[in-house]
Design a protein around this ligand. Sequence first.
Ligand code: URA
Length: 210
Amino acid sequence: MSGNAANDGSGADALDEDLCVQACERCPALVDSRSRIVNGVGPADADLVFVGEGPGEQEDQQGEPFVGRSGDVLNEALRDAGLARADVRITNCVRCRPPENRDPHQEELANCRGYLETELDRIDPDVIVTLGKVPSQHLLDRDVAITKEAGDVDEARIAGESRRVLLSVHPAATLYDRSQREGFFGTIAEAADLAGAAESDGGQSRLGEY
Ligand code: URA
């Protein structure tokens, strides 16, 4: 279900509605460049949350994260790892498309941080996967050499909680450089394993259902 779709009255969907930003004008340049606010999608009790940088053109048009070419690669890697897109949460550091797909500025990341923190805090996932350098640096609050660190697990302090973060290259990297594909697919498989292991340790993972 799209995170921007109307809810059906169930608990998880009601929570999902709560996680949707309906209106925001904090970033003048992004207000100008966006067609709409693109909220996260996926279950509000997901074990795995994927965090990208910000919406691109397709996402801005369709109102859903990772629905363009990068999304195709992500979907394929999820399938390869035995996961369905509908079973994981997918969101971004900023919810409005930056002009000409530039990286979000620090101030824009900061303006949107509260929405992301609320989302991660409420969903309480076993693992957060950062897709690319921008979300990795943003959540870990340090410099990241993403090609070198992809596949590593680190801890981030988010809304007062220590959260497990798995670093990944951005799926678009596999489109520019095919040699990154194997590593990217391996990291997504690692994400599935980590979430599955959290379930065996007594967590409430939904991944075993699939
Ligand atoms: N790239 C991102 O970082 N996020 C999207 O939603 C799409 C492409």
